[in-house]
Design a protein around this ligand. Structure first.
Ligand SMILES: Nc1nc2c(ncn2[C@@H]2O[C@H](COP(=O)(O)OP(=O)(O)OP(=O)(O)O)[C@@H](O)[C@H]2O)c(=O)[nH]1
Ligand SMILES: [Mg+2]
Length: 419
């Protein structure tokens, strides 16, 4: 009789572990999200353990009895590791590893793993590697003896086993090297940004919780062809495309990495230049998955991340997406937004209204001019057409009479030329 052996090493079988802290009712939603993260990272969740505690135990994360229960469960479920829904301290990591004798992972490690698998560009890869090394360096403190169980997360991506063997000095050296490389890439990005802001259309940055539909929206509005998937963090690297609004005006639309609750601190630091894409925009388009029961918490996480990145002074348009999934249209509110629109990026519902809202918000940053531009200076009209709206042009003897909405800097230029 043929025998079939499953290669259990191929797929990690993990038990999800969370502490239900006093009065924190977001634990269940957070655990569901952790299950999605684990799936995206390529592992299978085989069970869940939660414990109600005032605070997580700072030595062992769970209480003693719960740990015993978990130990038995690990054997019964043939699990290869656990994933805790938090960022464990080095001490918790070490103690859990000794008590449970299994691979210990946490939410941060899983997110880092996903980012490592998703990074495509040089910048993305350096940023992930930097975040992973910093995370590992933190964990290395007092952890030398349990190194074999540390890091790596699901699969062997990113710096992998090789770098885990490096001692802290080597890690520090590697971190400085990566930082220098990142600096160089960042300079290049900043130069590009400058070019864009000097002579380009208004920039609208799409932000939102991961899986909200940001890339789908960019694809619908332009033919960007960005990968959109029912997976967390499908997009890591920013993509910018030109969008022609119905009034003829062009805007640059940027899609970038999604946010998530408890976005690891090291990732925020390493990914600052990517995450900060919104900082250099004129307006923020906040995409929300309105079919997600956890929508409010997700919106909160987005605004919290923007706040951490010091992005608080931009006009915000919130697009409540995936309305095709709602049985009836509820009244959706976002008190932090300047305007809200209901859309379905997949089916194109509400897109007309979204574009009108973008037009209206951009108009608020423009000024209306009525003047006669001398024939020798008519070159500037190309800019008026591209970056503003030319409402009327009349060829007269002394020049072209125009009525237009223009960017403030173009109005200044126009005035200078018409004197
Ligand atoms: N039903 C429905 N599904 C949508 C809609 N918009 C996006 N989706 C789906 O939602 C999933 C996530 O879409 P993406 O566009 O990849 O989301 P994202 O915000 O770019 O996600 P990340 O890049 O992972 O942060 C995909 O499976 C899309 O097909 C919509 O309007 N309706
Ligand atoms: Mg995306």
């Amino acid at each position: 009789m043929a025998q079939y052996f499953e290669n259990k090493q191929d797929v990690e079988r993990v038990v999800l572990v969370a502490v239900h802290e006093h009065r924190n009712d977001a634990t269940d939603a957070s655990l569901e999200e952790l299950a999605e993260l684990v799936k995206t990272a390529g592992a299978v969740s085989v069970g869940t353990v939660t414990q109600n505690l005032e605070h997580a135990n700072n030595v062992t994360y769970l209480g003693k009895g719960k740990l015993e229960e978990l130990k038995t469960m690990l054997v019964a479920l043939d699990a290869t590791g656990i994933v805790c829904d938090t960022e464990l301290s080095p001490a918790q990591m070490k103690n859990l590893s000794q008590i449970l004798d299994t691979k210990i992972m946490d939410r941060t490690m899983i997110i880092l793993d996903i980012f490592a698998a998703r990074a495509n560009t040089r910048e993305g890869k350096i940023q992930v590697e930097l975040a992973q090394l910093k995370y590992n360096a933190t964990m290395l403190v007092g952890l030398r003896d349990s190194l074999s169980r540390l890091g790596g997360g699901i699969g062997t991506r990113g710096p992998g086993e090789k770098k885990l063997e490096m001692d802290r000095r080597l890690i520090r050296e590697e971190i400085s090297k990566l930082k220098r490389e990142l600096e160089a890439v960042k300079k290049h990005r900043e130069t590009q940004r400058k070019l864009r802001s000097n002579n380009s259309s208004p920039v609208v940055c799409i932000v939102g919780y991961t899986n909200a539909g940001k890339s789908t929206l960019l694809n619908h509005l332009t033919d960007a062809n960005v990968l959109s998937e029912d997976k967390l963090f499908a997009t890591l690297d920013p993509t910018t495309r030109m969008l022609k609004l119905p009034n003829g005006q062009n805007v640059m639309l940027t899609d970038t990495v999604g946010f998530i609750s408890k976005l690891p601190h090291h990732l925020i630091q390493a990914f600052r230049s990517t995450l900060e894409e919104a900082k250099y925009s004129d307006m923020i388009l906040h995409v929300v998955d309105s079919s997600n029961p956890d929508m409010d918490r997700q919106m909160y996480a987005v605004y919290e991340t923007l706040r951490k990145l010091d992005i608080t002074d931009k006009p915000v348009i919130t697009a409540f997406n995936k309305v095709d999934c709602l049985p009836e249209l509820p009244v959706l509110k976002d008190l932090k937004a300047d305007a809200t629109v209901m859309v379905s990026a997949r089916y194109g519902t509400g897109i007309g209204q979204l574009l009108e809202t973008i037009e209206a918000k951009i108009a608020e940053g423009q000024v209306y001019v009525e003047m006669t531009v001398p024939y020798k200076a008519t070159g500037i009209l190309a800019d008026v057409r591209t970056y503003g709206q030319l409402l009327e042009e009349d060829y007269r003897e002394d020049g072209i009479y125009i009525r237009a909405n223009v960017r403030k800097q173009d109005a200044v230029r126009l005035e200078g030329m018409c004197q």
